[in-house]
Design a protein around this ligand. Structure first.
Ligand SMILES: NC(=O)N[C@@H](CC(=O)O)C(=O)O
Ligand SMILES: [Zn+2]
Ligand SMILES: [Zn+2]
Length: 346
């Protein structure tokens, strides 16, 4: 039997939601992950340190007894965010990053940033105090094709911002294109990227071939195969600028299986099995730990986890539920479309 022991992984991009959904999904993260960067796009969004403190409290209250899991809180950047409040959050240790959602780019982003100039005082402060900016990197203008929105964002928003504020640490989250990978590789410092589980596995065919498959729809939308290959190469290369951010984003099934379905794929529960499969396929099992457990903490300036987990490859496929039941409703689990044999040993 094959097995691999790695430091306990972290998830550098996670949606836990709130209320009954939070209660229904949190155990799937705390089972395998020690820490996660918690996305602030709940309703209402986490805009101030007071909001973040309260949300953190709700997460800790929902955590299964005995699980050790540290939510790393973020603030949702608006055009009215107060630089002093952000600095206070960083100084007290509550805030790990600030999140930029271009207004309208994704789920609950309507309160995001329209005019980046209006956010410059906060961004300047963040550059000064060394607080990273996490970015949903897509433009939102209707004249830009949805498959080009990441590349256009890099050219028209991200690169100009980084030239204007070279000291700002930027995490380009859920990178989905070769353009994004190449851009990150071209930067000497202050730029890194998270990659999701599902973008390592699916390309846009998964969403559109044979019928519309809403459970493969997320944002940024999966791209062509050569982009997926570039993501795979980056993730499995060991390059310290790339690390895991699952972007596990639960929506109840009725909100995905409808005339205008929500974007988001739920992967918390089977991410480590999927990743072991992917890294084994690419002869890179020895670099899984870098991607899932080492590169993220190094980028965020946090210690690596001392605990270990062991993944074992079982002869029979490991079964995951097709959907989980939450108090908010059923949530379909990501189906990688191949049998999973790797299992986290409990
Ligand atoms: N990734 C997604 O498709 N959806 C995320 C938002 C996001 O990360 O952009 C969500 O909150 O549902
Ligand atoms: Zn996003
Ligand atoms: Zn997300």
């Amino acid at each position: 039997m094959q097995s691999i022991t790695i430091r306990r992984p972290d998830d550098w991009h996670l949606h836990l939601r709130d209320g009954a959904m939070l209660e229904g999904v949190i155990a799937d993260s705390s089972r395998d992950f020690a820490r996660a960067i918690i996305m602030p796009n709940v309703v209402p969004p986490v805009v101030t340190t007071v909001d973040a403190e309260a949300y953190r409290g709700r997460i800790m209250a929902a955590l299964p007894k005995g699980d050790r899991f540290e939510p790393l809180m973020t603030l949702y950047l608006t055009e009215h965010t107060d630089p002093d409040d952000v600095e206070k959050g960083k100084t007290s240790g509550l805030i790990t990053a600030v999140k930029l959602y271009p207004a309208g780019a994704t789920t609950n982003s309507h309160g995001g940033v329209r005019d980046i100039d209006k956010a410059m005082p906060v961004l300047e402060r963040m550059a000064k105090i060394g607080l990273p900016l996490c970015v949903h990197g897509e433009v939102t203008t209707s004249d830009v094709d949805i498959f080009d929105r990441e590349a256009v964002f890099i050219e028209t928003v991200l690169d100009p911002l980084r030239k204007r504020l070279p000291e700002l640490k930027v995490t380009m989250e859920h990178v989905t294109t070769k353009d994004g990978i190449d851009y990150i590789k071209s930067a000497e410092r202050n730029l890194a990227g998270s990659i999701t589980t599902h973008h390592l596995i699916i390309n846009r065919n998964a969403i559109l071939v044979g019928g519309i498959r809403p459970h493969y729809y997320c944002l940024p939308v999966a791209k062509r195969e050569h982009h997926r290959v570039a993501l795979r190469q980056a993730a499995t290369s060991g390059d310290a600028r790339f690390f895991l951010g699952t972007d596990s984003a639960p929506h109840v099934d009725p909100l995905k299986e409808c005339g205008c379905g929500c974007a988001g794929i739920y992967t918390s529960i089977n991410t480590m099995s999927c990743l072991a499969h992917v890294f084994e396929q690419d002869n890179a099992l020895d670099r899984l730990e870098a991607f899932a457990s080492l590169n993220g903490p190094a980028w965020y300036g946090l210690p690596v986890n001392e605990e270990r987990i062991t993944l074992v490859k079982r002869a029979e496929p490991v079964s995951f539920p097709a959907r989980i039941e939450t108090g908010a409703g059923p949530v379909t689990v990501f189906d990688p479309m191949f049998p999973l044999h790797w299992d986290v040993e409990r």
